[in-house]
Design a binder for this molecule. Sequence first.
Ligand SMILES: [Zn+2]
Length: 472
Amino acid sequence: MAANADAIYRLPNPAEIDRSLTGTDVEKIVAMRKLKKAVERAWNTHTDEVKRAIESDFTGWGQTTTVVQFLASTEPAKGYYYDERRLLVNLIEAIRTRGRKDLTIHPGYAGPRELTAREADNLGAIVTRLKVVVTDIESVNQETRLKNVFGQTKVQDARNTFRAGIDTLEKFAAGKQVRIDMIKKKEVWHSPGSAGATQMTLSSGVLDEVDDSAVIVVAHEMTHIIPGGGATGDKMYSHQAGFKTAGEQLKLVTAAYYEEVVRQILKKEDTPPFIPVDGTSPHVITPTVLEQYKVLATKLVTDAWATVYNIYDKFREAGAFAEPRSKAGLSFRWPAEELAWMKNASRMLGLSIHRRSSLQADDKNPVTPLDMALVEHRIATLSKLMTRIPEVIALPMDVDTFREDKVDGVLRHALVLLNNNRATPGVLTNKNVDKDIDLIHCLAALNDAPGWAGLMPALKAGVPARMAGYGD
Ligand SMILES: [Zn+2]
């Protein structure tokens, strides 16, 4: 069984495969290879039992090779005549039938939906409960807790963020700016919600009940929507190395710490020992050298993950915009600058968009279902990679002190762990894990949360030098 068995790789809808395999013959072959690679990733996440059942199907279709050999081959399928495209469609169907059923097919350009009446009622009740919690936070009752989590001198700053968050949340709830995610971001992306200046999106199920966990999720998200530069980002999550020892300034602008305070209050937890390492608090512990590397590696992967998350949303919007026109056969052209960011993001992430030379005059949706599935693979892989960093137990050989420029050794170890102890091909790129590391650095450098004002200009401007010549 593959070591990365619980990373979820969804595949393009078989009914839409043809729209992924467009362009000249060469372009179709390139797209076909990328599709095979995507199927291979999904295949690797299944149990031996499921694989054996699908191998048996495959033989039944007259194939003389194994599924693995077929997916690895750049040659057309041999043996009994079978159209390559149809074989892939049948494989996806077999994976859907025998594997993770509801998590096999990527949902395409689906955007979030509006709340049902019941969900809207529940949101109202959650807001009411959260208001009580915020009022408590503003009182002397929770001062010790706030000092512990945010630092002695940051109590009022933290209170201000809670107040601004709940006030903005009330406006969002009244203005129908809270929506429900339709694409299972919680299961596949490890993200129960996301929020920006105009919209908060929650996982389906979050608003089914008015309970502590719903209040905690909404408390996190409400700090992301504060206008006027007050919004938090996701520089750190509570399960990550270094969460309790992060600097005070980072904590003030990171949603997970506000979530933490609300969780402690609702769950009536004793205050765990947060150890602010700057400001007015004494240095109580010094992390080991290995821990410092893990903190930095985790930060890089988290930042990269959030960048791809944002790029995905841009692709989804572009695809959803183009889709009705494409289906209606209406001709249109993307402005050059829009195509520029799509192609550059496609180059970095190994999609098919930059490989289609005809795109400038294309009247088809430039963002195919295959591209959407491939972007999501990078997100799923990065979220899985975060969980492997704690498993790195030794420093790289040539390292005994903490130096930022040596973090790649720890990243490499975590990537190899995720990749069943292989360095080639990579898990994020088709080249190798060293190219994966380059990609992580480039994506992390593009992260300018919480504002994200720099992401699109940077993507339009070009591919980062570190990825130049990658040419996937
Ligand atoms: Zn967040």
